[in-house]
Design a protein around this ligand. Structure first.
Ligand code: MN
Ligand code: MN
Length: 295
């Protein structure tokens, strides 16, 4: 009887320690020290900083606005185009606390926030197309919590992207952006896709995939506003603020160096018809949008 109680007590303690580990601790290295993931509150409407620099196409939450439908995911916001099956643009903010240790969740899935009667692109919609499910807001920019990272795997954050573009050139710029954050900057990033027709080594030219339901964009663009860490961000954008803009062709024949594809915000605005950085004063937009980054 006494022995039984002792074993029960040991079993209970063992179970408590296991469940405690599951709740509080994740390990990145099975033999290294445990890494404690701090709780990070998901953004609320009051703390949403994703559209501080503006809403480039004046997207709205009216379902009749099916080619420019605003989706606020908290961790990023986007304008969705129902008939293209992809976003027009995605906008987000990156600060050092967004960069944590949560592993890539890889839970690609359809977005339940879309109107129910719209076609829902899902995790298999790109299968055998030759194109990658290319993140606009990168998984690695959202590693502070499981919910933050999972949010980037909604298919509304993906475009059909040529693998060499996605994995090498576009990824190179994504990595460079995180080095800027680690060096004491915060970034406002807007990325999008326009035009029709991309080319992969595996499948050649395609204008659509998924039986015509998803348009393959011809070009991907990105605008990055670089500010040193601080507050009152919109008002700190001035004529000397570094703004990096690129337009990259959606092809496997792409150059590996993202710097090859630098251009002006003005060029992106001409190509897309959007007003990027619309909340920045016109005088400052006139200066920073005409400049091509060369650092
Ligand atoms: Mn990617
Ligand atoms: Mn503008």
């Amino acid at each position: 009887m006494k022995k039984f109680s002792f074993l029960s007590a040991v079993a209970v303690l063992f179970l408590i320690s296991c469940s405690k580990d599951k709740i509080l601790v994740t390990t990145t290295d099975p033999v290294g020290p445990a890494v404690i993931v701090p709780p990070v509150a998901p953004p609320t409407a009051a703390t949403d900083s994703t559209l501080v620099m503006g809403n480039p196409s004046n997207a709205t939450t009216n379902v009749a606005d099916f080619s420019n439908y605003l989706l606020k995911e908290g961790y990023y916001s986007l304008s969705y185009n129902r008939d293209r099956g992809i976003a027009n643009w995605v906008s987000w903010h990156v600060v050092s606390t967004d960069l944590g240790s949560v592993p890539r969740q890889d839970n690609f899935r359809s977005n339940p926030s879309l109107p129910v009667d719209w076609y829902h692109v899902d995790n298999l919609s790109y299968s055998s197309s030759g194109f990658d499910r290319g993140h606009m807001c990168p998984s690695s920019d959202r590693t502070s919590s499981i919910s933050a990272n999972s949010s980037t795997f909604l298919m509304t954050n993906m475009v059909p992207q040529a693998p060499r573009n996605n994995q090498i050139t576009w990824a190179g710029l994504e990595d460079y952006c995180r080095t800027l954050v680690q060096a004491g900057n915060e970034l406002y990033i807007i990325a999008g896709a326009y035009g029709e027709g991309g080319t992969t080594t595996a499948g050649g030219l395609a204008t659509t995939i998924d039986n015509g339901r998803i348009t393959v964009p011809a070009n991907l663009w990105k605008v990055i506003v670089v500010l040193s860490d601080g507050s009152n961000d919109l008002n700190r954008v001035n004529n000397t603020t570094r703004v990096i803009s690129v337009v990259m062709p959606n092809t496997d024949a792409i150059n590996t160096d993202w710097k090859t594809y630098r251009t002006s915000v003005d060029f992106i605005e001409q190509e897309t018809g959007y007003d990027v950085l619309s909340r920045v004063s016109t005088a400052v937009q006139n200066v920073v949008e005409a400049r091509i980054d060369n650092l």
